[in-house]
Design a protein around this ligand. Structure first.
Ligand code: GLU
Length: 419
């Protein structure tokens, strides 16, 4: 991580930056800068050797003005209360940008999942599900996958919830396996929205995506799918890709599917013989490319590193990869940044489709999922560009917040204040 900016303060700064262009009373805006509530709990888990270990966990319910709280659960040793609060706030504005009827929430457990056995992970997950049970529900708060969690963890949470509630309620959680009530297209959805945002952005800026050079920081679910779709659907040249082990570079462009296979087999990207050379994550972030996709964690680019960024366009697949200082520098340098709350919103959008399907007990084809996702992302992109032009906003992040905050505030004011 380039620096240790507090993500919660970054979120508040992003809201403040947008507020200058909004006709919203400061007291109304102030309530949009703090979570409604945060659960902090300590999970006691029996380890395989019979010993007990305690893991700290959080669930932040940031704002429910537009619907049930919605957002993923991440497993990472770096999880903090403020990080979870920030991520839950970003979910509020993300759901508003793509206009789906949810508020925002997020959860996290302070754990290195690679250090746990499958059995330990299952007990940890079920223990968290038990703590979450009173505050989640199909109409209340709907978790989903995030960093280091996926279908397996979602299936365990659904099973724990349904067992304790003595009911069936697949819509209590999204990102499940297909046989457990998941949706077609959900696994690919985040990366797909990054590809769609890049496509719309290049079109808007009058640039060509075929042949464009692309660097992708992070090769997890979001980064690897975005890279593959940009290559397969748009002939973009993926010149650099990284994971936590380092970055690989190939000016002629990688075969992303083959690279992914290598990573699945060996556990890392380094050592891949299709690469001309290896480099650091920082080298990758400062490559002279047409498109840079940060797809790892928060704070990848801070104000200092931003001075060295040479990409023309940045599309954020990760949540919060740029600090507010970085935004300021990049805006001055005329680097076009298309923000996380649009560019990775495909995940939660298809989560919404999954929830709708669960509630109707009627399942869609992958084709329908992808078509509806594309429509939502294109409409959101257009709303953002309209605001950017009409209000002469400094950058696309501010535009996204202007659009999103207006929608959340409208819902709040229509409902009024509970005495
Ligand atoms: N964790 C994903 C995100 O940050 C997906 C959330 C969801 O599907 O609810 O957007």
């Amino acid at each position: 991580m380039a620096d240790d900016a507090n993500p919660f303060e970054s979120l508040q700064e992003q809201i403040d930056d947008a507020s200058a262009y909004l006709d919203v009373a400061p007291d109304v805006l102030n309530r949009l800068k703090h979570p409604e509530r945060v659960l902090e709990t300590n999970l006691t888990v029996e380890m395989d050797d019979g010993s007990l270990e305690v893991f700290r966990a959080f669930r932040s319910q940031f704002n429910g003005d537009r619907g049930p709280y919605k957002g993923g659960i991440r497993y990472h040793p770096g999880v903090t209360r403020d990080e979870v609060k920030a991520l839950s706030g970003w979910m509020v504005y993300k759901c508003a940008v793509v206009d789906i009827p949810y508020g925002g929430g997020k959860g996290g457990i302070v754990v290195d999942p690679k250090a746990l056995s499958d059995g330990e992970l299952e007990r940890l997950t079920r223990s968290f599900a038990k703590e979450l049970r009173p505050i989640i529900g199909e109409n209340r708060d709907i978790p989903a996958p995030d960093v280091n969690t996926g279908q397996r963890e979602m299936n365990w949470i659904k099973d724990t919830y349904e067992t304790l509630e003595n009911t069936t309620a697949p819509g209590v959680i999204t990102g499940k396996a297909i046989d457990s009530g998941g949706s077609q297209g959900r696994v690919e959805a985040t990366g797909r929205s990054t590809m769609l945002t890049a496509r719309e952005a290049f079109d808007y800026l009058g640039r060509d995506l075929p042949g464009a050079s692309v660097a992708v920081q992070g090769f997890g679910n979001a980064g690897s799918v975005a890279a593959r779709l940009l290559q397969e659907d748009h002939d973009a040249t993926i010149v650099a890709v990284s994971d936590s082990s380092g970055a690989v570079f190939c000016p002629e462009g990688f075969d992303v599917a083959a690279l992914k296979e290598y990573k699945n087999e060996t556990g890392s990207l380094t050592g891949y013989d299709g690469a001309t050379r290896e480099m650091t994550n920082e080298d990758l972030l400062t490559l002279d490319v047409d498109l840079l996709i940060p797809a790892a964690l928060e704070n990848a680019i801070d104000g200092q590193l931003a001075h060295d960024v040479r990409a023309d366009v940045i599309v954020e697949a990760a949540n919060g990869p740029l600090t507010p200082d970085a935004d300021e520098v990049l805006t001055e340098k005329d680097v076009h940044v298309f923000p996380d709350i649009l560019a990775n919103a495909g995940g939660v959008t298809v989560s919404y489709f999954e929830w709708v399907q669960n509630r109707q007990r009627f399942y869609w084809t992958e084709e329908r999922v992808n078509e509806e996702l594309e429509r939502r992302i294109v409409e959101a992109f257009e709303a953002l560009v309209d605001a950017y032009e009409a209000k002469e906003l400094p950058n696309f992040r501010t535009a996204a917040y202007v659009v999103a905050i207006e929608r959340v505030v409208d819902a709040y004011l229509e409902g009024g204040t509970w005495p």
